[in-house]
Design a protein around this ligand. Structure first.
Ligand SMILES: *[C@@H]1O[C@H](CO)[C@@H](O)[C@H](O)[C@H]1NC(C)=O
Ligand SMILES: *[C@@H]1O[C@H](CO)[C@@H](O)[C@H](O)[C@H]1NC(C)=O
Length: 173
């Protein structure tokens, strides 16, 4: 398997020459932050099996919304924070599809997720402005294939660690 991405100019494979990006070390795709990074990332097996897609967005804004990159299951708790570029969280108003989530600014909000919570979120602060928008995706059932990302905003490399697990064989019952 390998890591693939589309940053707006077609599909690229990690470590491939020509239409490639970054360097694949056997378990991770490593690339420097001066490369174009914003786009959709996923991993793909030899037989074409695909993981969930993850959007990675690079932003100059002073705050970003911390939100799960992967789909979450209905009934699970999701925590949102408005993270400052300089570290720590800012007191913020959180928005969902254009509407405020709560009546006052908070450092952290937790949502027990239902299907209707799927959509576009962002946070807005008095001091630091607003964050870029992020999509929260909600699934009702188990998704066997996953991508885990580690993002570091201020370092020179971004590491994508990917795990593919195959679904269990169909039950005979
Ligand atoms: C690949 O890079 C990752 C992240 O730096 C590191 O954790 C891992 O040990 C490396 N694997 C190999 C085989 O070099
Ligand atoms: C990625 O971002 C684009 C543009 O904001 C959006 O249309 C798309 O639904 C997102 N995809 C995922 C998997 O979140």
């Amino acid at each position: 398997w390998t890591v693939k991405r589309d940053t707006g100019s077609g599909t690229e494979s990690c470590g491939a020459g020509g239409r490639g990006f970054g360097r694949f070390n056997g378990s991770s795709c490593l690339f420097a932050e001066f490369e174009p990074i914003s786009g959709v990332y996923w991993c793909e097996g030899e037989a074409g099996e695909k993981s969930e897609e993850v959007n990675i967005t690079v932003s100059d804004k002073h705050v970003i919304l911390q939100i799960p990159a992967l789909p979450v299951r209905t009934g699970s708790d999701v925590t949102l924070r408005c993270k400052k570029k300089t570290g720590g969280t800012a007191a913020a108003y959180f928005y969902f599809n254009g509407r405020p989530v709560g009546p006052k600014s908070e450092h952290i909000i937790t949502i027990n997720v239902q299907q209707s919570d799927e959509g576009l979120y962002w946070c807005s602060t008095d001091e630091f402005g607003s964050s870029p928008q992020s999509v929260l995706r909600v699934r009702g059932s188990v998704t066997p294939i996953s991508v885990a990302t580690t993002e570091r905003a201020t370092t020179t490399t971004t590491t994508i660690t990917t795990h593919i697990s195959h679904p269990p064989p169909p039950s005979s019952s």
